[in-house]
Design a protein around this ligand. Sequence first.
Ligand SMILES: Nc1nc2c(c(=O)[nH]1)N(C=O)[C@@H](CNc1ccc(C(=O)N[C@@H](CCC(=O)O)C(=O)O)cc1)CN2
Ligand SMILES: Nc1ncnc2c1ncn2[C@@H]1O[C@H](COP(=O)(O)OP(=O)(O)OP(=O)(O)O)[C@@H](O)[C@H]1O
Length: 310
Amino acid sequence: MKMIGARVFCIPTAVERSSSSIFFFFPKISTRPVSRLSTTVAMSTTTSKSQEKLDSIFKQKQVVRSTVRKSLKAIDPSLRTQQDDAIQNTVLEAPWFKSCRRLCAYISCKSLNEVDTSQILSNILQHLPDSHTRAEKRLYVPWVEDKKSNMRMLHISHMDDLIANSMNILEPAPVDAQGNDREDGLAFDRCGRRLGRGGGYYDTFLKRYEDRAKEKNWSNPLMGIHYSQTDTTECVVNRKIIESVFCFAIAVALSYSPQILEEGSVPVTPNDVLIDALVTPSGVFPISPRAIERSLRLEMKLRSRGLNAQ
Ligand SMILES: Nc1nc2c(c(=O)[nH]1)N(C=O)[C@@H](CNc1ccc(C(=O)N[C@@H](CCC(=O)O)C(=O)O)cc1)CN2
Ligand SMILES: Nc1ncnc2c1ncn2[C@@H]1O[C@H](COP(=O)(O)OP(=O)(O)OP(=O)(O)O)[C@@H](O)[C@H]1O
């Protein structure tokens, strides 16, 4: 797959607040993972002492997970709806969302108390090419391959492409109605601690993505910032036809307020992958240097034109 265009990846997650002055603050280096070994490799090479350490981190993770699950269950339904709307509106209005061509997004599951993504999904699926921006978007959603933490992101065109899996989460069938394999889409980058559901699906997916990028010699899609004169955000603001030529991806976590924990509360192992930005009911909070730089650049550009950055 050729890597063209900005990508955004939306993750259901519990995350850690990276700082009190959120917008332009870098996370501490020490909170970043030090290695990107796959779980299997990491586990097979660990000594019993480091395995004990890992066991203790996984135990801590379970404790935090269960606390967050309880607080999510306890959110008042009207507050939940309010937060769902605020988060989704923020995403829908964000310049990076408007300009991106390929998105990976989870299909929210009510019984898991996940931030609703239905408005975002229907916006993407309705997004027809328009004469100003040529802004057709492609949507990729999770498909769990097996119980060994393998997950792929497959392209869908309609919500009808989805069927409930054994966990009652909507997923695409890997083969479409015409019998063709669905296009595989991969995306993103990291920089903010997060806690998933414990399956290791997202971390494994990210690792596979990076391996594939190396193998195919993609132009450093995870680590590099390929800014060129062609900046999708600027072009969309200007309502000009654009051709995005750089490839990068950002991982965005959508979080209800009880999912945002104090710094240091999310236990991490070397295999955990961090997020780039956080969308909460209060707005967008860039975390990774890449996301921060992009926000700063956008804000400066908009300011210079007398417009407000969202
Ligand atoms: N909407 C959505 N889709 C997704 C995920 C997700 O978290 N949300 N996944 C993200 O990995 C993958 C599926 N993995 C999942 C792993 C666990 C559970 C789950 O039901 N966990 C229960 C606890 C089960 C237990 O501890 O025994 C829970 O969280 O309440 C769901 C999905 C791919 N698709
Ligand atoms: N004590 C343990 N030692 C080694 N591996 C473990 C241990 N406990 C759980 N694992 C495995 O580690 C993997 C990742 O767990 P982790 O808690 O990092 O998931 P997560 O980041 O919450 O999930 P996701 O990436 O899907 O959001 C899982 O495959 C799990 O089975």
